[in-house]
Design a protein around this ligand. Structure first.
Ligand code: ZN
Ligand code: ZN
Ligand code: ZN
Length: 214
């Protein structure tokens, strides 16, 4: 794992109080160190573990779903110069930011704006009003393992500059589709579809070496 972690921070927004919490990423190793970043309100926490094999795992509370989402990333993401944003697979919104503080601050401002637009459109006064109360039992939620694998593929290639779109925004989000997942550019709308209805099929995408959104 690359060791220039000194300036790397991670941030998320609390599903209970909507306040963003930022922590320094320190002490992760291949031995599986755990880092927990808690919101001051005591209502939520984000966990990062050094998962071995040069991978890290993040479990982050989602301000849009209230539940946590899990992400596996290549350890090399921590050595990346640019910001890594992780999105909620249900809403597509960015909920975790990993990188230098100077990149995290504007990303948090943007996410605060997005949240207030959504809250206003739903006439919500409290962030908890936008979160689903109960998952519909009939509705079978997509497999989180599919998301974790596809997210790994996209963020790994992104860290190497091998994800591109016509507008070259460099900001790519992921969301579930009827037959798998989609990575899309928020700015120009270009997208790439992963046809994966099972975790085993999703793993076939691990051999991708480039993603061109169109
Ligand atoms: Zn909180
Ligand atoms: Zn979510
Ligand atoms: Zn674009």
């Amino acid at each position: 794992m690359q060791r220039n972690l000194k300036k790397k921070h991670i941030a998320y927004r609390c599903p209970e109080c909507a306040v963003a919490t930022v922590g320094l990423v320190l002490g992760l190793g291949d031995e599986g160190g755990l880092l927990r970043i808690k919101c001051e309100c005591g209502g939520s926490a984000l966990d990062i573990t050094g998962g071995g094999e040069d991978k890290i795992k993040i479990s982050a509370p989602c301000v849009y779903c209230r539940d946590s989402h899990s992400y596996t990333l290549a350890g090399s993401v921590l050595g990346r110069e640019t910001l890594t944003s992780l999105s909620c697979p249900f809403s597509g919104m960015d909920i975790v930011f990993l990188g230098d503080m100077e990149d995290i601050s504007p990303a948090l401002d943007k996410s605060a704006n997005e949240l207030s637009v959504i809250m206003a459109s739903l006439d919500a006064e409290d962030v908890r009003d936008i979160q689903p109360q109960d998952m519909d039992e009939d509705e079978c939620p997509p497999d989180p393992a599919i998301f974790d694998t596809i997210n790994f593929v996209v963020r790994d290639l992104e860290a190497e500059g091998r994800v591109s779109c016509p507008c070259a925004s460099g900001e790519y989000r992921l969301r579930f589709t009827d037959d798998g997942m989609q990575v899309y550019c928020e700015r120009c709308g270009a997208s790439f579809n992963f046809h994966a209805r099972s975790a085993a099929v999703a793993e076939e995408y691990l051999s991708l070496d480039e993603i061109k959104l169109g």
